[in-house]
Design a protein around this ligand. Sequence first.
Ligand code: AP5
Ligand code: ZN
Length: 216
Amino acid sequence: MKLILLGPPGAGKGTQAKTLVERLSVPQISTGDILRAAVKEGTPMGVKAKGFMDAGDLVPDEVVVGIVEERLQKEDCASGFILDGFPRTVPQADALSATLTTLGKELDSVISLEVDTEALVMRLAGRRTCKACGAGYHIEFEPPQKDGVCDKCGGELIQRDDDKEETIRNRMAVYLEQTLPLVDYYEKAGVLAQVDGMLPIDEVRAAIFEILQVSE
Ligand code: AP5
Ligand code: ZN
């Protein structure tokens, strides 16, 4: 399965990608996660990306396109992948299309998660991530059993640096200007499916499985 999850910040791309990975046995490729890991490790790419990410702006296309091109050639992508957070601009989508053609691959589906702006702000402001294992939570919608502690590994739950309200607003503006045109782009390509991302997490998951025509 070769899939893109499209949607604004906080739409639930990462949440849904993680459940799909288990069911479809293909890797999740999150450019956000890859960039955050590079920032944490202090690699040259991480140093370059940090300022853009902290401001809620997009990292330059050539950086992310390079990451994804390299990642898609790895062996674990042979039977498919779930792209989460990429592409985010028309040039990124064009570059992806060229890479897939070179690799002799074709997208099966682009799933766009539709969520209201105010709900997105609430989701991002309440999001917490495990520092140790990366598991995602929401203080209201998907709370851990014990405040601030990961159910899976006991790790500390932290808030992302770019989940502050002012940065969230800029991320939304950047999404509307640079990423929303991709909905049309993939609609024209005949691969777009839209899902109501306002539904509870389980129902969004069920809707995605229905589109992909796989059992849960
Ligand atoms: P990235 O990490 O990709 O962030 P994003 O797109 O802003 O998306 P998020 O991870 O914030 O949201 P999500 O849709 O995954 O939501 P989640 O499932 O966590 O990018 C970060 C930065 O990196 C960018 O700003 C940019 O600087 C850079 N970058 C990354 N990719 C790039 C690219 N291609 N080009 C250039 N720059 C790039 O859910 C959010 C919360 O809501 C969670 O707490 C969750 O529990 C909860 N939730 C999820 N679904 C539901 C539901 N149905 N109901 C209620 N709550 C829900
Ligand atoms: Zn954990």
